[in-house]
Design a protein around this ligand. Structure first.
Ligand code: ZN
Length: 489
């Protein structure tokens, strides 16, 4: 598999440190607000990457932090603590805010079919780790105490700006209103590892440390949490492109200073989601969330498809018009899958055709995760000269990576059609359930029996037998009458 590596600025063949295993780290959310769909674009693309590693046979361990302390409103260590700001706004404690927005984040992820990482670690649960790593950085001369805070000394590294060659003077410290120059820093790029001199007397979360009571900086948490669960060699680190500097740059600086060797081999950065008026942010324009899209009648998976239709290294422009196009494409795709015959089995003569399609799908994703090309392979599958059963098998396999719930949605569409058709026929056909049948089971079996009725009307005896046999396998017997059917256990 070839992936673009932000460190080398080119596509490279992905080779994990340990053959067959992928150690993957993702910067998690700062849980002071709902995630906007621009942030979620990164998590969708990272989810596809993880699922493709698994599809390709790797044993993946993925770790994510939850930033519940220490992230200031400017990424450059200044401004107000985001968590504290959220708590003040909503008259809650910082921990209540953290829990509420952590849950909201994972609710959004579930709606978008984003798998929860194997390990999810809130930063406040790892304070001892942070102190241990910062202490070693102090011992080794990579960190210094000034004005009560502990800073990382970026001048101790042969090369600090690993992703781009910035000019130190171009870092516009003090230019923007919310960014203040910090007199304690020896170099402009130095960053805080541990704060004790908080400007905010009421900083809610504080811990004892060798440097005084305080709290950790934002960057140190990702390095420590990654090393804690994934060891000294990380294969791939993911995040939004806006995290490359300063956050990821600082992660690399402190991790490699601590370890004394290269830390992470590949950096996967997802580019921005823009609106027509520019970069999406919480401060300007409509605040776009998954819930808002749902309120407007969109299936969250339409947004997932919308993201997959574009490459992760290109900026993507969000508009409702673009989302409507994705919604149409999604519906059309599901309808075409619903029209396939779900009965039957793949045959020997399907094999060659299936292998070609699998190769095509893998080739698309092997080329720097070209998801839009991988999505078009679904249309190739629908057109291919293989049996319907083979098509459904392939679509199911590919969807373990794409995560569009294609088979389930197609099945639901088929049922809805059968139910609607039967309803249109009037009430001459009655389905009788046992009086003590639980409502949910009765509804499910009712839908299946309507489908069987439709199949019989269409003289599709194979399908009608398939449904009868499937019910018999559950221990359900059918008693047909002239104008209906009764079922029992
Ligand atoms: Zn991070």
């Amino acid at each position: 598999m070839k992936l673009y590596n932000s460190l080398s600025h080119r596509k490279e063949t992905f080779v994990p440190h340990e053959p067959g295993k992928v150690k993957m780290y993702t910067c998690g959310p700062t849980v002071y607000h709902f995630a906007h769909i621009g942030n979620l674009r990164s998590y969708i693309m990272e989810d596809v990457l993880e699922k493709y590693f698994r599809y390709a046979g790797y044993d993946v361990t993925r770790v994510m932090n939850i930033t519940d302390v220490g992230h200031l409103s400017s990424d450059a260590d200044t401004g107000e603590d985001k968590m504290l700001k959220g708590a003040r706004r909503e008259h809650k404690t910082v921990l209540e805010i953290a829990q509420f927005y952590t849950d909201a984040f994972f609710d959004d992820c579930a709606k978008l079919n984003i798998k929860t990482p194997d390990v999810v670690q809130p930063a406040t649960g790892c304070i001892d780790e942070f102190i241990r790593v910062i202490s070693k950085l102090m011992e080794d001369g990579y960190a210094y105490l000034a004005g009560g805070n502990v800073y990382f000394d970026t001048s101790k590294l042969p090369r600090y700006y690993v992703f781009q060659d910035f000019n130190e003077d171009d870092l516009a410290v003090g230019v923007r209103e919310d960014v203040e120059a910090d007199e304690n820093k020896r170099n402009k790029a130095d960053f805080v590892l541990w704060f004790t001199k908080s400007k905010f007397e009421d900083q809610a979360l504080k811990w004892d440390s060798p440097w005084g009571v305080g709290y950790p900086g934002w960057h140190i948490e990702c390095s420590c949490i990654s090393m804690k669960y994934l060891g000294e060699y990380l294969d791939i680190h993911c995040g939004g492109i806006d995290n490359a500097f300063p956050h990821h740059t600082n992660e690399i600086a402190q991790s490699e200073a601590y370890l004394g060797h290269k830390w992470c081999s590949y950096w996967f950065h997802v580019h921005h989601l823009n609106t027509n008026s520019g970069k999406m942010s919480k401060s300007s324009g409509e605040f776009l969330t998954v819930s808002l899209l749902e309120q407007k009648g969109y299936d969250p998976l339409v947004y997932r498809l919308f993201c997959l239709q574009s490459h992760y290294r290109k900026s993507l422009v969000f508009s409702y018009e673009n989302l409507d196009n994705a919604a149409k494409a999604y519906k059309k795709l599901i309808d075409r899958i619903a029209a396939l015959n779900p009965a039957g089995e793949t045959a020997a003569e399907d094999e060659a055709g299936m292998a070609t399609l699998r190769d095509k799908f893998a080739a698309a994703l092997d080329n720097d995760l070209n998801t839009s090309l991988a999505v078009t392979v679904l249309y190739d599958v629908l057109k291919a000269p293989v049996s319907d059963a083979a098509k459904l098998t392939l679509i199911g396999d590919f969807d373990t990576v794409l995560g569009l719930e294609l088979l389930a949605k197609a099945e639901a569409a088929r049922r809805a059609r059968a139910t609607a058709a039967a309803a249109a026929d009037g009430a001459e056909y009655t389905i009788t359930a046992p009086a003590d049948a639980p409502a949910e089971e009765a509804a499910r079996i009712h839908a299946l029996l309507l489908e069987r009725y439709e199949a019989r009307k269409a003289k599709n005896w194979a399908e009608s037998d398939r449904i009868r046999d499937a019910l018999a396998a559950e221990g359900i017997t059918l008693k047909d009458a002239k104008n209906g059917v009764a079922w029992s256990r």
